[in-house]
Design a protein around this ligand. Sequence first.
Ligand code: NAD
Length: 247
Amino acid sequence: MKLQNKVALVTGGSRGIGAAISKALALEGAKVVFTYHSNPDSAQKVLDEIRINGGEGRIFQADASSFTDAQKTVDFVLSEFNALHILVNNAGITRDSLILRMSEEDWDEVINTNLKSVFNYSKAAIKPMINQREGKIINISSVVGIIGNAGQANYVAAKAGVIGLTKTLAREFASRNINVNAIAPGYIETDMTAKLTDTQKQAILNLIPLKRIGKPEEIAKAVVFLASDDANYITGQVLCVDGGMVM
Ligand code: NAD
């Protein structure tokens, strides 16, 4: 197992990509704490699955856009497991519309949930990582943060911001043996993309050289790699897991 004796924290782990990441980290031996926002039953189901497969985990209710909640989550991780080696900033939402119709609330909510959350959790997690003299931070961005997307100004700005924040944190903390990377998923089958119309789905599929939608487990495998010692010489990078959409 690649992550034996490591402690991991994943934001938004109760479904979709975050649930797949939490399960994959646990299967590799990490003790996993994942947060959920509003669905304790769904979070409990993911935790049950981790335990059935012999893993160790905890769940914690937190709003990723709140710095206070982020600090409380990290305090909980340290009180339960006395360490924090891996942080995965996964929580995210969409509130799509063309910018002329986009409300200020939708702008703020998406920026706070998708970008400020990465500041919140990274700031809270970096202190114990510095004390341990090791850490891995993996931020879930998106290919649209690289190429842009009409109708998603708030989301694209947040995901591009996550890439800038990733590179800056990588530079600030490389000397502390903390690696910070981003993953940019393409089109992945989750509740988030279930909202798309068939026409929208077909239009995206036409842009994917591998001609299929990705699975949450395929993002989770990239996270496990970046969280492991196999990626010790990789920092400040954006790994596109997208069937070739961006190249
Ligand atoms: P999802 O909607 O299935 O899951 C999002 C998760 O974030 C949920 O568990 C939700 O509870 C959590 N969350 C939302 N707001 C939160 C808050 N305020 N505090 C804490 N948790 C909160 O979506 P997903 O597809 O699994 O997305 C996971 C991540 O991957 C997101 O950052 C998303 O932007 C990114 N992403 C997804 C795709 C895709 O095609 N599905 C593509 C690129 C990037």
